[in-house]
Design a binder for this molecule. Structure first.
Ligand code: AMP
Length: 461
């Protein structure tokens, strides 16, 4: 199937898909839409950016239109569960677009905003409800929603649901659903806990799978710089000043860290916004909206808040802190490789984050290019970085690094990590030549001037 018209989707849906500019179904759409149209359960392994929202939305909209039953009071015909508010809203927006003018009532319900409006909407009944599990249970407890008439259930980003501790709410939700229904279950990864969860939701599912973890990662020009934690803020400022990135997403490990980055950028006149769990829903929406519209070029996010960020054209992803779960790295850098696009990612790796980088390389099989620090920055304590990360052939990546001393392993444990970075000291600076993926040495540049090539650790030849 290479065209949407090859699917047995109703004509008006086809038209909306074409109007939305989609010409070719993505691989997950090619695999999932035909069985979903036949009413089969689906177990989909696909990460964000693969087009999975349309993969589950289009056949579902087709079903809802085919049997134009009106939802009764407090009922929904289709329930989509998503881990975060942003993702819930994003899915509801996408579904509204895919069914524009077709008379379906689609709404979302999530925490962080007053519940009363959601209650009023549900009172009348809706065709599609996209919800986060916590708010969904609140609405059910308060008797403003019953799941007894759900015809189609979608569980999106199941692995993230588990990470966020939604396993208990999900287990509570399962028995409230009618046995007779279609279930579509999506997860970026499929460890045992997820497949056990899937078993509870699905009956004889068709398994579809795209883009093994590494595929997205391979499309991204990945770079890494080894740096002291305390120098990260300065390097980031230098990078922004020199590169002027168009659409840059910066990831920190903590909420506090995200705020700190915004504050430090602000101190040198660089506007950015943070999006994380401590921000109110309106604040999150404003930040995301400003970023989407290009009012700000930099959005600083924690992993959880970033989950629903669907912004096309992200040019740079910066791992200000390395994620301590490797899959998260793939999700993060995947933000710049949406819908087949490619982009650049930089990871700033402090000495105690090196193990995280090793884990990432092991997972993705992709070795980021090492960018040397500009002059004026202290080298982080040395260890056998390249040899340990890249196996036994550091030469492949450049001049034989001169490293002193035996490898230290004291930072290897997956525990305690630094907060959101050190103190910003400002200063002009750095920035790697964005876009150019050369075999030559890569450096954080000082404006137009290249930093003197350093034949220290990690330099390429
Ligand atoms: P998703 O993985 O559902 O978050 O989708 C990622 C992005 O791809 C979204 O911006 C979609 O609008 C876009 N998209 C989904 N399907 C297609 C398609 N068949 N052709 C082009 N873009 C698509």
């Amino acid at each position: 199937m290479t065209n949407f018209s090859d699917f047995a989707l109703a004509e008006p849906i086809q038209k909306l898909v074409a109007a939305g500019g989609y010409t070719t179904p993505s691989p997950i759409q090619q695999q999932a839409i035909p069985p979903a149209l036949q009413g089969k359960d689906i177990l989909g392994i696909a990460q964000t950016g693969t087009g999975k929202t349309a993969a589950f939305s289009l056949p579902s909209i087709h079903h809802l239109l085919n049997d134009k039953r009106r939802a009764g009071r407090y009922e929904c015909r289709m329930l989509v569960l998503a881990p975060t508010r942003e993702l819930a809203r994003q899915i509801a927006d996408s579904m509204t677009g895919y069914s524009k003018g077709l008379g379906l009532f689609i709404t979302s319900a999530f925490g962080g905003v007053p519940i009363n409006r959601q209650k009023r909407i549900l009172e009348r009944g809706v065709d599609v409800l996209v919800a986060t599990p916590g708010r969904l249970l609140d609405l059910i407890d308060q008797r403003f929603l019953t799941l007894s008439k759900v015809e189609i259930l979608v569980l999106d980003e199941a692995d993230q649901m588990l990470d966020l501790g939604f396993i208990v709410p999900l287990k509570k939700i399962v028995p409230m659903l009618p046995k007779q229904r279609q279930s579509l279950f999506f997860s970026a990864t499929m460890p045992k806990t997820i497949s056990q969860l899937a078993d509870q939701f699905l009956t004889n599912p068709i398994q579809v799978s795209v883009a093994p973890q590494s595929t997205t990662a391979e499309r991204v020009d990945q770079r890494v710089t080894f740096i002291n934690q305390d120098d990260k803020q300065r390097l980031l400022k230098d990078f922004v000043n020199n590169e002027n990135p168009d659409h840059m997403l910066v990831f920190t490990q903590t909420k506090h860290g995200a705020d700190k980055v915004v504050k430090n950028l602000m101190a040198v006149g660089i506007h950015s916004a943070a999006i994380h769990g401590n921000k109110s829903q309106p604040q999150r929406e404003r930040a995301l909206g400003d970023f989407k519209k290009g009012k700000i070029n930099i959005l600083v996010a924690t992993d959880i808040a970033a989950r629903g960020i669907d912004v096309d054209g992200i040019t740079h992803v910066i791992n200000f802190d390395m994620p301590n779960v490797s899959e998260q790295y793939v999700h993060r850098i995947g933000r710049t490789a949406r819908a087949g696009a490619s982009g650049i990612s930089y990871s700033l790796v402090a000495p105690d984050e090196r193990q995280f980088l090793r884990d990432v390389v092991k997972l993705t099989g992709v070795k980021p290019d090492v960018i040397a620090l500009p002059e004026g920055y202290d080298e982080p304590p040395r260890e056998e970085v390249a040899a340990r990360i890249y196996g036994q052939k550091p030469k492949k990546y450049g001049a034989t690094p001169t490293r002193n001393g035996p490898p230290k392993n004291k930072h290897s444990a997956r525990k305690g990590r630094p907060g959101g970075g050190g103190t910003g000291r400002g200063g002009p600076g750095s920035g790697a030549g964005a876009g150019a993926k050369s075999d030559g040495p890569k450096h954080w540049n000082n404006g137009a001037k290249s930093f003197k090539r350093r034949q220290v650790r990690n330099a390429d030849a």
